[in-house]
Ligand binder design. Structure first.
Ligand code: CTP
Ligand code: MG
Length: 229
């Protein structure tokens, strides 16, 4: 399991990176790790952290035996690549690795288990995703509509995303070599010509990105009946 957590949260703003803000009695990243560290199918977590991170020691999982740290990188894809490098001596190249954003605290256990179930007979890998329900417009100048994009084939890519360790490591390396910006793990695998499987999840698995997302996440956790703290 890899948790990229080395971002600064530029769009969210403020001094404290969003993964360390308080949410329903725990830090956002601790809400995230709580879903994975005791899960039977997950043998451990590597958390990618920026070098000057002074917040991680306050995590309730900082000293957990199934959690280790790796250095963060310039972009999310570099942080994930560093975490995979830390996993490489500990795992087989054919082992599944899940990658989940540190800023996505509302993942439902049910969606995680649905993803794991699909991996039983899916060779390439899989990701949680949600169909696009809004009408989508295209604009190059950001002011005028050029057209409407048919949404029937469009999905929002969420995490976790699961790939075999060796494949994901090679895919990220290749994306980097081609200087292709990839904002999720599946994009790197797609660049190799492979087709990851979509697993429909729930829309409340939001990534906290802007300030208004934090109260929304609090509401979703409450609705899910997740215990506080
Ligand atoms: N991330 C990372 N290393 C980076 C950039 C991002 O590990 N160099 C992580 C973030 O900590 C987050 C996840 O990747 O858990 C998703 O990224 P995003 O939501 O974009 O977070 P930030 O990059 O922190 O936010 P922003 O883009 O607004 O600065
Ligand atoms: Mg970012």
């Amino acid at each position: 399991m890899v948790i990229p957590a080395a971002g600064v949260g530029r769009r969210f703003g403020g001094n404290t990176p969003k993964q360390y803000l308080e949410l329903a009695g725990a830090m956002v990243i601790d809400q995230v790790l709580g879903q994975f560290v005791e899960h039977d199918a997950i043998s451990g977590c590597v958390v990618a952290l920026s070098a000057d991170d002074g917040y991680w020691p306050d995590s309730r999982y900082a000293q957990h035996p199934r959690v280790q740290r790796a250095p963060g990188g310039r972009e999310r894809c570099h942080s994930v690549a560093n975490a995979l490098a830390a996993l490489t001596p500990l795992a087989d190249d054919t082992d599944w690795v899940l990658v989940h954003d540190a800023a996505r605290p509302c993942l439902r256990r049910q969606d995680l288990d649905a993803l794991l179930e699909v991996l039983r007979d899916e060779p390439v890998g899989a990701l949680l995703a949600v169909p696009v329900h809004d009408t989508v417009k295209r604009s190059r100048d950001g002011r005028h509509v050029e057209g409407t994009v048919p949404r029937a084939a469009l999905w929002r890519a969420y995490t976790p995303q699961a790939f075999r360790l060796g494949l994901l490591r090679d895919a990220l390396r290749e994306a980097d070599r081609r200087q292709q910006a990839v904002t999720d793990d599946a994009s790197a695998v797609e660049l190799l010509g492979l087709q990851p499987r979509l697993v429909e999840g729930h829309g409340d698995n939001i990534k906290i990105t802007r300030p208004e997302d934090l109260p929304l996440a609090r509401f979703f956790l409450e609705q899910q009946g997740r215990p506080c703290g």
